[in-house]
Design a protein around this ligand. Structure first.
Ligand code: HEC
Length: 133
């Protein structure tokens, strides 16, 4: 009984987030409803190297990164066209940087570990992910 209510609440919260994300995408996105993609201070070329250095590819399939063929986490294909990050947050640059740096804070217990990614590296990684359309 109790569990069912907890689960229902969780889904209700996600539904609200998804509605917010859809609204945000409509407000800031391009004509096709894609999210806003600018990462202030992010350098995609550095990000490509940082992704390899942090080993994100052991868990994720990431186009353009050699040996990034992991299947533990979701593939990060066409990330620029996603509206939601990890089923929780609207896909904005700030939220993506936050997720990359502190997934355990955003979603305690998620299978993605905190990897001590620096702010600069997270911005560069986000810039790279936003090149994937
Ligand atoms: C040990 C495995 C693991 C490693 C290493 C890892 N991740 Fe993840 N990642 C996951 C899992 C599992 C999820 C799904 C989490 C969820 O939805 O709660 C995820 C989710 C994500 C998402 C959201 C995906 C979506 O479809 O919304 C992004 C973006 C991401 N990871 C980026 C990275 C980056 C960048 C790195 C390297 C700095 C990295 N991950 C390293 C396991 C990993």
């Amino acid at each position: 009984m109790h569990l069912r209510r907890v689960v229902a609440t969780r889904y209700a919260k996600r539904a609200v987030l998804i509605a917010l994300a859809a609204a945000a995408a409509g407000a800031c996105g391009d004509a096709r409803g894609a999210p806003a993609l600018k990462v202030e201070g992010g350098d995609a070329a550095r990000g490509e190297r940082a992704i390899a250095a942090y080993g994100c590819g052991t868990c994720h399939m990431i186009p353009g990164i050699r040996e990034a063929t992991g299947m533990v986490g979701p593939p990060l294909t066409a990330f620029a066209r996603r509206t939601i990050i990890a089923g929780r947050m609207p896909n904005t640059a700030d939220a993506l940087v936050r997720w990359i740096r502190t997934p355990q804070e955003v979603d305690p217990g998620t299978a993605m570990p905190d990897l001590n990614v620096t702010e600069r590296d997270a911005k560069d990684i986000a810039a790279y992910l936003y090149t994937l359309r």
